[in-house]
Design a binder for this molecule. Structure first.
Ligand SMILES: Cc1cc2nc3c(=O)[nH]c(=O)nc-3n(C[C@H](O)[C@H](O)[C@H](O)COP(=O)(O)OP(=O)(O)OC[C@H]3O[C@@H](n4cnc5c(N)ncnc54)[C@H](O)[C@@H]3O)c2cc1C
Length: 467
């Protein structure tokens, strides 16, 4: 069946937002989603998995009129609250400037809100339990499996946009001969992740500082916790799959057992007592959650080209999955939608031209955020426990408080949606090297002359207008 509707594969965060953008332009859109409708599933609605939403994502939500709605239920996080092993805590603000903070939002809540909004437009239809199993890059036909009946059918639209995530079926079809010389690279970290949770206090309320991203950085591994609107926190433990401190050493029950009979539960308890003792009384269902929740892999996907002429485009994680350490995967995917929408505004529905221009504009930027996200893993894991880095953050906060045109690399990435990621990376890296050098030999950064430091930064060409 051929018609002029656009086919979107995947009703995740990017696909649902894209559906709104297209429908707002009066473009008919059919969204095929492999899973059931999460609005009908208690499991999805009940789990508090959250994400950090920042200015690039907010800019896109604003364009479709969803920013205020989403921020109403978001928890602002003003900095990283670092937990030492002895229980001491220290807040490292994300910015010294007022109004620059990130927001903890519910993944399911955001996805549901976007789908609800998209469905308000008669142009938009969602089809659940419909998995794309293959795509023909020559004809533009997608093969859709009905997960309930087992029937398969072929759909074809004006074009197809694949927002089917890191394991994209459309990308697989491009790679398996659909596109000649298709470049593909997947780099796994040796670390994986597991989600745990801290419930609200009795009678409601938060059991730790509410407005911060909590981080237990332990050099070769770490745990973070983001607040949820209901007073709970979602914790994510990032740990090597193998080795001394690892999922394997806990799972095999050998961690900290010193010759005693291996016992995974004792190993888990010992691991948390050794490294995250202040979290132990808070994570009430530690054993149940640790052994019940899956261990996820963390990897970067880079590929190119992203389009099959004007017949298909990869967007969001399907084109560029990044590790989560800059909190930018969703924000970058929302920015993808925003850039694509801008090009539709310019070029109408000349999909081939749009996809070509889009790829030229986006590729260097998504490569940049992918690389910065891996670097930030090491920063969060190691550097927040490094005194030179802590002094550098203090100096940056001081500069941000007093110098309107100073932006840290983190701020450029997170709060300056007007700066492409590639520019933020290039300028941010040069600036970081300079500031680390300055902080190496200074015990007390408040004794530094901010004008002198700023002069050095300006000599790198890093001067930005106020937002
Ligand atoms: C632990 C973790 C923490 C993160 N934290 C953050 C954060 O704080 N901030 C941030 O910005 N980003 C974060 N991210 C990244 C973010 O989750 C992703 O970048 C974002 O979800 C990408 O959106 P997407 O729509 O491209 O893919 P997804 O959200 O993965 O959606 C893909 C959709 O496609 C569907 N699908 C898959 N295959 C098919 C198929 N064959 N046919 C039809 N449908 C299909 C899936 O069911 C899903 O609904 C995090 C990621 C992880 C793993």
């Amino acid at each position: 069946m051929s018609n002029e509707r656009v086919i979107v594969v995947g009703a995740g965060l990017a696909g649902s937002l894209l559906a709104i953008y297209l429908a707002k332009r009066g473009i008919g859109v059919d969204v095929y989603e492999a899973r059931g409708d999460m609005r009908l599933s208690e499991a999805a609605a009940g789990r508090s998995i959250n994400l950090a939403l920042s200015d690039r994502g907010i800019a896109a939500l604003k364009e479709v009129g969803m920013d205020e709605y989403m921020l109403r239920e978001a928890v602002p996080m003003y900095g990283r609250l670092v937990h030492s092993t002895n229980g001491a805590t220290k807040l490292l603000p994300y910015s010294g400037r007022e109004g620059e903070y990130i927001n903890s939002v519910s993944r399911a809540g955001l996805n549901i809100a976007l789908m609800n909004e998209a469905e308000k437009y008669p142009e938009c239809g969602f089809f659940f339990n419909r998995r794309c199993v293959d795509f023909d890059c020559d004809t533009g036909e997608a093969f859709i499996l009905d997960e309930e009946s087992g029937d398969e059918r072929t759909v074809k639209g004006a074009t197809l946009i694949a927002t089917d995530g890191a394991g994209s079926a459309v990308r697989r079809a491009m790679m398996n001969g659909g596109i000649p010389r298709f470049n593909y690279a997947q780099d796994f970290l040796e670390h994986g992740y597991k989600e745990l949770s801290i419930p609200p206090a009795d009678g409601g309320g938060f059991r730790m500082e509410k407005n911060a991203l909590h981080i237990w950085a332990r050099h070769s591994f770490m745990m973070i916790a983001l607040p949820n609107f209901d007073g709970s926190y979602t914790c994510t433990l990032f740990l090597a799959h193998e080795g001394e401190n690892s999922f394997a050493s806990i799972g095999s029950g050998t961690y900290g057992q010193d010759g005693a009979t291996p016992d995974p539960h004792a190993a888990l308890e010992a691991f948390f007592e050794d490294h995250f003792p202040d979290s132990l009384p808070l994570i009430e269902d530690l054993h149940e959650e640790y052994f019940g929740n899956p261990t996820g892999d963390l990897g970067t996907v880079k590929c190119f080209p992203w389009n099959a002429g004007g017949k298909a485009l990869l967007l969001g994680d399907s084109a560029h999955a990044v590790v989560p350490f800059y909190g930018q995967g969703m924000n970058a995917s929302f920015e993808d939608c925003r850039v694509l929408n801008g090009l539709i505004g310019e070029l109408g529905t000349d999909w081939e031209q749009i996809f070509k221009r889009y790829s030229e504009l986006r590729k260097q930027n998504t490569d940049a955020i992918a690389d910065m996200a891996v670097e930030n893993f090491y920063e969060m894991r190691d550097a927040v426990a490094d005194p030179i880095f802590v002094r550098k953050r203090e100096l940056e906060t001081m500069l941000e408080q007093n110098q309107p045109d100073y932006f840290s690399k983190y701020s450029m990435v997170t709060f300056r949606e007007d700066l492409p990621y590639s520019v933020a990376m290039e300028r941010g890296n040069a600036q970081d090297r300079l500031l680390m050098e300055i902080c190496k030999d200074v015990e007390d950064v408040s004794l530094l002359d901010p004008e002198e430091v700023l002069g050095k930064i300006r000599s790198l060409g890093n001067q930005f207008p106020e937002k």
